[in-house]
Design a protein around this ligand. Sequence first.
Ligand SMILES: Cc1cc2nc3c(=O)[nH]c(=O)nc-3n(C[C@H](O)[C@H](O)[C@H](O)COP(=O)(O)O)c2cc1C
Length: 199
Amino acid sequence: MNEQALSVRDAIVNRRSIKNFNGQPVDLENINEILDDARWAPNHGLRNPWRFIVAANKEYVKFQDVLKEYGVPKWKELSEEDLEKQMKNFRAPGAVVFVVVKEDVRQKERLEDYAAASMLIQNAMLLAWDKGIGSCWKTPPFLDNPKFREELGVKQGERIISMLQFGYYDDYPKNRTRTPLEDIVTYYGREEAKEAGEE
Ligand SMILES: Cc1cc2nc3c(=O)[nH]c(=O)nc-3n(C[C@H](O)[C@H](O)[C@H](O)COP(=O)(O)O)c2cc1C
């Protein structure tokens, strides 16, 4: 069993999406441990509707060429000077995992499978956080590009729902707040009770 440093609450509340990595690689062993634990996410009917395509270590370095081809079309429009600046600032994550989900023809099951895979992704992000590895769920439009899908061997009836980046980081992102609970919660029956003078 892997040792866990953080409480569940600590991990949930303090995890932040990391968008600036420091370029340090993430070992395949770490990624495998994270995915192996994350797949315990609840999933209806135990359909296990997911699979993963992982690029880590040397393969991630190779994979960056694919990303340049499909992933950063805007870079093609930049002047040479701006491109150089952009590349200097760009710190790639250390590994990337594409989460592929079966697209059930039944709408309810399809939704359930997406929900289950989302839980798996949150598990993975929390497990990574506990290891000091940052992550970010990315959904760039090229995930649906037929050529990109072919490059990754994604079949008909499957959808890449996440480019999940993993990597080490130097800075903790601040000021990412959430809507306060009182703005988003209604307590069933409370208003009626108040109006009736019962509270
Ligand atoms: C379904 C989903 C898709 C996301 N896609 C992107 C994305 O394409 N690019 C990006 O920068 N962040 C993406 N994010 C990350 C969120 O923007 C991030 O969680 C949000 O900024 C809150 O930051 P925090 O997780 O650090 O609190 C995505 C998150 C989710 C759940």
